[in-house]
Design a protein. Sequence first.
Length: 237
Amino acid sequence: MITMRNQLRPLEDHCDHRVIFSLAYLRTTEAFRDAAAVEDFFADPGWVNAEDALFARYYFRAFDQWSAGRPRDVPPAWRVAFTAAATTTLSGAGDLLLGMNAHVTRDLPFVLAELGLAGPDGRSHKGDHDRVNEILARVMDPLLTEEAARFDPHLNDGTLRYGLGRDDLIGMLVAWREHAWHDAERLVAARGTDEYAVVVHTIETSADIRARLLRVLLTDEQPATTPVPRDVWCARP
């Protein structure tokens, strides 16, 4: 988490729109750490801690490649998210959703497949995967309140877009995580490099299309939530 905090500080200082997902990731990781320390919360704490560490590496790899000016080395869904943040075309909710999409629907299947979906005894890790949803549900409300207070007051409006409230956001995130698990199953079950490549292409393309669609749908928030008030709010003393 030291790396996450170090990443967050300059984003805060410059009101960089990537700060929305950066703070969300930090707060989620803190909640994850606290839950993993509770006895019997997870059936296999070692596996979930390894997942947390590997998951973070995927995010930082994409972030660092973008920051180094190497967009071609950034997964497509992350390119959409970082481009939107750089061009300040979305509200805080839009930046959050694009980051969540890239990290969950694109990164997570590869993380799960790399770690393995079952332990040495053959017992599935799906139960621990699903328990993470409880952590996300607990952290979402205080997270959005903090994000609204610090970076974009419209995140505290109660309705994010198209009548979507905070509970709907959790429901969408849970659905994305369920789909990520099934994508990981497809990666693990792939027979040969050709079939594996097809699954990889499907995951990358689906995440990219979803990102582009979200960006189009959320860009028209601008009349009500323009980047100027958001940035002024963030930069206030």
